[in-house]
Design a protein around this ligand. Structure first.
Ligand code: SF4
Length: 419
């Protein structure tokens, strides 16, 4: 259920949504008349691995690496060196207003920016939680599809949770996004733009704080961590996701220059996708949403398990660790009386321990109930017992922080609505 946005009560710092809704840099441009996107709700267990064919979003420099950007600019009729100038404005300075791009010829500026950096996302709604430290933004895409991203501020980092698809084809029955079905894949630039928009908001907040004579809040205002845990199964939109990964980690001005170690790729267990991702040999954390250690239950909770079984999926995750050296996270939403029995903790502990030590970490997450769902979170004592039994098998286990659960911004709750 969507809660009302809370006004930030914090003293001495600007609220994130106040910042988002103020100032020119973040003001939404005139919204195009949205095309109605109608989705048929998937039947139980029905999976969509391929996205429906829909009109493609306009091309943007963030869709390409630097060589591709030069080609793109040439095709648009400009000199190719403009690609590095635009890249600096977009990835380094985070500006979109042509008036601020004084190194571009005045007569071409407006048109060049409109063609090479078209506005891809229009913020339509923002919700705050956790005293203003969590901000969920609903964006409208060029064709009217809605997606969400979440910005979470912590003492030592800022994490963004981003979407890779509009909707999701994996149809996990406990997940709000899964119930919507898959509208379409996002383009690379649509994925990247969520982070750039977040970075812009934070930069603007910083500017406001400085203008107010500084703040006692010394926490960082730069995006340092990205989790692909918003709407969609990122590995099912592999090419665009990998393009986005590169734009995020490539040094500026080719990309945003975020450390690959700050990225987490979440998957529900697309084994061929995990195997392909392993070959990229990037130090990115893999988060596997397992939610059950036995095929009988997982077939029901995670329909894709009917294609790739628990052991095959765990083998792929283990091999990912062996290649990249990055410890794998196992996400496990604890659902009352469904998957939270002690014997299931033991079975999970055994399966993980038999593959080796030190390769994995389990994050049980109290389930965020979705409207109308019959499932709810496990009782506290049961949750604790689950954690202790896993630890008894030598598996490091930590209950995951569920930031933003009161604004539907936590895992499995992103199902974008405008109101
Ligand atoms: S839990 Fe993840 S993979 Fe499953 S339907 Fe929801 S968004 Fe898709």
């Amino acid at each position: 259920m969507i809660a009302h946005p809370k006004a930030s009560t914090s003293q001495g710092r600007s609220s994130m949504s106040e910042t988002l809704n103020s100032g020119e840099a973040t003001a939404p441009a005139a919204t195009k008349v949205p095309v109605e996107i109608s989705n048929v709700r998937p039947a139980p267990g029905q999976i969509a691995l391929k996205a429906p064919r829909r009109a493609k979003p306009p091309k943007h420099i963030a869709d390409f690496d630097m060589a591709g950007r030069r080609e793109f600019l040439k095709e648009l009729g400009y000199q190719s060196f403009r690609a590095s100038q635009l890249s600096k404005h977009y990835f380094e300075r985070l500006v979109t207003d042509p008036a601020e791009m004084t190194d571009l010829p005045a007569k071409d500026r407006e048109q060049m920016v409109a063609q090479a950096m078209p506005q891809l996302l229009t913020p339509v709604r923002t919700l705050e939680a956790d005293g203003g430290d969590t901000l969920k933004v609903v964006h409208r895409l060029f064709d009217g599809a809605l997606i969400e991203s979440v910005i979470m501020r912590y003492d030592n980092r800022v994490t963004m949770c981003i979407s890779s698809q509009a909707g999701c084809g994996m149809n996990c029955p406990f997940c709000a996004t899964g119930q919507q079905g898959l509208t379409r894949n996002l383009s690379t630039a649509e994925i990247v733009e969520q982070v750039v928009a977040g970075a812009r908001y934070l930069k603007q907040m910083k500017g406001l704080e400085e203008a107010e004579g500084g703040s006692e809040d010394t926490r960082p205002l730069r995006v340092s961590n990205i989790v692909f845990m918003g709407m969609g199964e990122a590995l099912a939109n592999y090419k665009a996701t990998m393009g986005a990964v590169h734009r995020l980690i490539d040094p500026s001005p080719e990309g945003l220059g975020i450390s690959a170690r700050g990225l987490t790729m979440s998957t529900v267990g697309l084994v061929p996708g995990i195997r392909k991702f392993e070959l990229e040999k990037l130090p990115i954390t893999l988060a596997l949403s397992l939610h059950a250690p036995d095929d009988e239950l997982r077939d029901e909770l995670i329909p894709i398990n009917q294609r790739w079984k628990v052991d095959e999926t765990l083998d792929a995750a283990y091999d990912y660790y062996r290649t990249t050296g990055r410890r794998v996270s196992i996400e496990y939403a604890l659902i009352r009386d469904i998957n939270d029995q002690g014997w299931r903790a033991d079975l999970l502990g055994k399966k993980l321990a038999q593959r080796g030590r030190g390769w994995v970490h389990v994050n049980p997450i109290p389930l965020n109930p979705t409207p109308g769902s019959k499932w709810t979170a496990s009782r506290k004592g049961v949750e604790q017992n689950f954690v202790e039994r896993l630890r008894a098998h030598g598996i490091p286990t930590t209950i995951r922080d569920t930031r933003g659960s009161d604004i539907d911004g936590a895992c499995g709750q992103l199902a974008a609505k405008e109101d």
